[in-house]
Ligand binder design. Structure first.
Ligand code: A2P
Length: 342
């Protein structure tokens, strides 16, 4: 066992994000000495493809982490709350995709392009941010560095894959049944999602916002490390399978022209600028699907305020929004020799 070639547990390996994690570990040639997929007792024995072979799913148990160096979790908040501390106690560093630890002041919330330095103070559990937040901060951090962002107004158009495999199946089934004149019964979502837009992601809070909206507000400030940034969000589920789109309006302290903004983003890591309105070229969910980058386009001045810009930010929510960001965190831990529970 070595922290340069860790033994890796993938927790929630049968889910939409878990399967993507396996495929990204393979694509990026992650230097694991062994990879073991874990899920609930329902999935024991399921074979998952990996590097031309098959990995057999094992049931997650309290003592599962003995002998592992790294656990990549995507099995919901309840599983993370219970099992992540057990993993850390057993000497295994956790990178967790759920919201369970994100706002814990003792847990870093990391997007490697934005705040890799926060990995220095991890205590064995590192939180992976919410998918909509990740793609937004990747695009906004370089602008913040150049011109200091004062306020962000974001509206999202979020794919169903963000709600897991069941939601992908639900959209597929609803589209096909409605197209054939059959009735549908919503299950994952409170209303029909096919041919519809739902201005509700997660539950409503007392302040009138949804939990997803408040995740964007709170997580953005924690990741960008600047409490002076004001954020307001409206998050909407749309009948798209993969990739979230976001209309983002910002106000900056220093004036930036759209051209200056494009140049800054073009030179920043993890970003592709796709902004040729005259050719009807801009980021789109169907083109971002399966890609690693955050795509930014429709960059234009907001003429209603002094230093305002509008833009359109699109990224694959299962890759950069979840599985890829998790694995990039793990790669950074290895590179910086931080893969150990202090
Ligand atoms: P399982 O398939 O055995 O239910 P998604 O977000 O796509 O719905 O995936 C959720 C993932 O989390 C699945 O791999 C699921 O496994 C896993 N999971 C859910 N509950 C548990 C649990 N109590 N223990 C281990 N894995 C769990």
């Amino acid at each position: 066992m070595s922290t340069k070639n860790p033994r890796v547990a993938v927790v929630g390996a049968t889910g939409a994000v878990g399967r993507e994690m396996l495929s990204i570990l393979e694509q990026r040639n992650f230097p694991a000495s062994e990879i073991v997929p874990f899920a609930s007792s329902r999935s024991v024995g399921i074979k998952l493809p990996f590097a031309g072979e098959e990995l057999t799913v094992v049931e997650l148990k309290e003592d599962s982490f003995k002998g592992f160096d790294l656990a990549l979790f995507s099995a919901g908040g309840g599983t993370s709350t219970k099992f992540a501390p057990l993993a850390a106690e057993q000497g295994c560093v956790v990178v967790d995709n759920s919201s369970a630890w994100r706002m814990d002041p003792k847990k870093p919330l990391v997007v490697p392009e934005v705040n890799p330095q926060d990995l220095d103070w991890h205590d064995g559990i590192i939180a992976n941010p919410n998918c909509s937040t990740i793609q937004m901060v990747v695009a906004l951090q370089p602008i913040h560095k150049a011109a200091k962002i004062k306020r962000i107004v974001v509206s999202t158009y979020q794919a169903v894959s963000g709600s897991g495999q069941k939601a992908i199946n639900e959209l597929e089934t609803q589209v096909s049944r409605l197209f054939n004149g059959k009735s549908i019964v919503p299950d994952v979502y409170p209303h029909q999602i096919a041919f519809n837009c739902l201005p509700q992601i997660d539950v409503f809070l007392d302040n009138g916002y949804t939990k997803e909206e408040m995740k964007m507000v709170n997580e953005t400030v924690k990741i960008m490390g600047d409490e002076s940034i004001k954020v307001t969000a409206t998050t909407v589920r749309v009948p798209v399978f993969y990739a979230h789109s976001e209309a983002v309006n910002i106000e900056t302290e220093k004036k930036l022209t759209p051209e200056e903004c494009r140049n800054i983003l073009a030179g920043a890591p993890g970003i592709t600028v796709a902004d040729y309105p005259e050719k009807s070229l801009y980021p789109m969910a169907i083109e971002a699907t399966g890609e690693d980058d955050v795509f930014v386009g429709r960059i234009r001045e907001d003429f209603t305020v002094d230093n305002g810009l509008n833009m359109w930010i699109v990224s694959d929510n299962i890759r950069k929004g979840a599985a890829l960001n998790t694995i990039q965190i793990a790669e950074t831990l290895i590179e910086r020799d931080l893969l150990r529970v202090p």
